[in-house]
Design a protein around this ligand. Structure first.
Ligand code: NAD
Length: 498
């Protein structure tokens, strides 16, 4: 099975067409689509045709047909494709990172980083034979001479619907585990960033998975709904905004499917007087402004506890004023553009609303125009102070390069503010006091807690998911939860008389 790697494609080659990958062949969706636009320049990079319900039906049936043989392929053979996929993705790293930066706007370094986190999940899923063994087991003599065994079995075809903000990493939270456990898999990537998925599937084509095991369908709402309602789909993994996560959870469940749906976020960084500010501030600024703030783990409110406020505010201002806004491809860029003009408008309005509610604009990024890229969706890094829990901006996910500074007299008050939102994706505390850290982990209702860590993204061998309105379902993405989500438990009880 080991294959010789072909020469990787040119590092700056952008796919000029976005296609579906069905039954091991490329095909265009038959519905009208939309352009793929470089958010830094406004340049049209390609067009993405959408998939109709009929296109989805054909794709799912092909994936269903591939299931019987794939589930009979021993896990140790299935994971050989993943070893090859890891190498193919690594060989194409520069091309994928370049295209990802062009269609999304993030820096090439950030694009490489997210691809690396995606490949990490391919690596973890190569251990599926052992993970399946750990998830199964036999107890002898449950009655005299009777043994009972629990085994994990694949279910059929799974689908994943993914967001725009991590076009390489998030599809790879799901795809490796779904196929390694013996299912076939259909990906519907974000229509805003389909070029990255196209390149990942070029790597999949090179690996020569059996036809129909891995499928790509492009599209928007109609495509998603066709997947959610299709009787050939056993389960759905979703990542995106909370209203859509709720819709996916409810609709897929109504159609008898398993669902794991990760939604939006509102993440806080609490800083106590014991914190090492020299280390905390770069961490907080990285969390708030990298990826232009378009990260589900971004902390967008910083809560200063007690008398750390003045020093923290001064250090934040210095760090924020130091950030360079630009195109993701330019080496000195820290903060790229927002994904669309509409996103920039939304964030700008959120800032204006905060100001009307009494917030102070300490660093104002509104009105930023890049001299070389006048058509880019840029918003300069913005810092607000005097933000209070009752303001809209303290409750709504900002998803832009904006940090809000709030002041609370005690850690108890800070935790009350953190727990006062409807979301529970991530939360960080910056402290050198172990008791404070423990209280924070114990009392804050969020799926991922960082202690002196601004972006607490779990490794592939740990599960990843939030609480409250940030997650619908029970089994999270990645690691052991992925094995449980993509398999069913079957019991065999046996007794022999001779
Ligand atoms: P989105 O909800 O707009 O889109 C996500 C996916 O859903 C896309 O593939 C899109 O085509 C599809 N979709 C959109 N509207 C739909 C509808 N009405 N019906 C059916 N499908 C629909 O999200 P986005 O803007 O691409 O991503 C940003 C959001 O994702 C943020 O809220 C962010 O916090 C969240 N996110 C969460 C996590 C997490 O782990 N919890 C990770 C990344 C992003």
């Amino acid at each position: 099975m080991t294959r010789k790697h072909e020469q990787p494609p040119a590092a700056t080659a952008i796919p000029d067409a976005v296609r579906n990958y069905v039954g091991g062949e490329w095909a265009s969706g038959s519905a009208d689509g939309q352009p793929v636009v470089d958010p830094a320049t406004g340049e049209r990079l390609a067009d993405v045709p959408f998939s109709s319900a009929d296109d989805v039906d054909r794709a799912v049936r092909t994936a269903n047909d591939a299931f019987e043989e794939w589930r009979r392929t021993p896990p140790v053979e299935r994971v050989q494709y993943l070893f090859d996929l890891k190498h193919e993705l690594e060989a194409r790293e520069e091309q994928i990172a370049h295209a990802l930066s062009r269609e999304h706007g993030k820096t090439v370094e950030e694009a490489r980083g997210e691809l690396r986190r995606g490949i990490e999940n391919v690596e973890v899923a190569t251990g599926i034979p052992n993970m399946l063994r750990e998830a199964s087991g036999t107890v002898e003599d449950v009655a005299v001479g009777m043994d009972e065994t629990a085994v994990r079995q694949p279910l059929g075809t799974f689908a994943a619907v993914t967001p725009f903000n991590f076009p390489a990493m998030i599809p790879l939270w799901f795809l490796p585990y779904a196929v390694a456990t013996g299912n076939t898999f259909v990906l519907k990537p974000s229509e805003k960033v389909p070029l990255t998925a196209q390149l990942i599937f070029e790597a999949i084509e090179a690996v020569e998975f059996p036809d129909g095991v891995v499928t790509l369908v492009n599209g928007g709402v109609e495509t998603v709904d066709a997947l959610l309602e299709h009787d050939g789909i056993e389960g759905v993994s979703f990542v995106g905004s909370t209203p859509v996560a709720r819709h996916v959870y409810e609709t897929a469940a109504q159609h008898g499917k398993r669902v794991q749906a990760q939604g939006g976020a509102k993440n806080f960084a609490v800083v106590t007087p014991s914190a090492e500010l020299d280390r905390a501030v770069p961490n907080i600024v990285g969390s708030g402004y990298a990826n232009a703030g378009q990260r589900c783990l971004a902390n967008d409110v910083v809560v200063a506890v007690g008398d750390v406020y003045d020093e923290l505010r001064g250090a934040l201002v210095d760090a924020v004023e130091d950030l360079t806004v630009g195109r993701g491809l330019d080496e000195d860029t820290d903060v790229g553009p927002l994904i669309t003009g509409a996103s920039r408008e939304r964030v700008t309005e959120l800032i204006a609303e905060a100001v009307a509610e009494g917030a102070e604009v300490v660093v104002d990024g509104r009105g930023f125009e890049h001299p070389d890229y006048p058509d880019g969706n840029f918003l300069g890094p913005t810092l607000l102070a005097g933000v209070t829990a009752d303001m809209e901006i303290a409750q709504t996910e900002i998803f832009g390069p904006v940090l809000c500074l709030a002041a609370r007299p005690s850690l108890d008050d800070a935790i009350e503010m953190v727990n006062g939102t409807e979301y529970g994706n991530a939360s960080s505390i910056f402290t050198e006091d172990g008791g404070e850290a423990r209280q924070y982990r114990y009392e804050v209702d969020a799926g991922n807690i960082g202690v002196n860590v601004g972006v607490c993204a779990p490794m592939g061998f740990f599960h990843f998911g939030g609480t409250k309105e940030s997650f619908f379902g029970d089994l999270h993405a990645q690691g052991e939860d992925a094995v449980a989500f993509y398999t069913d438990k079957t019991i065999e009880i046996e007794r022999w008389y001779s």
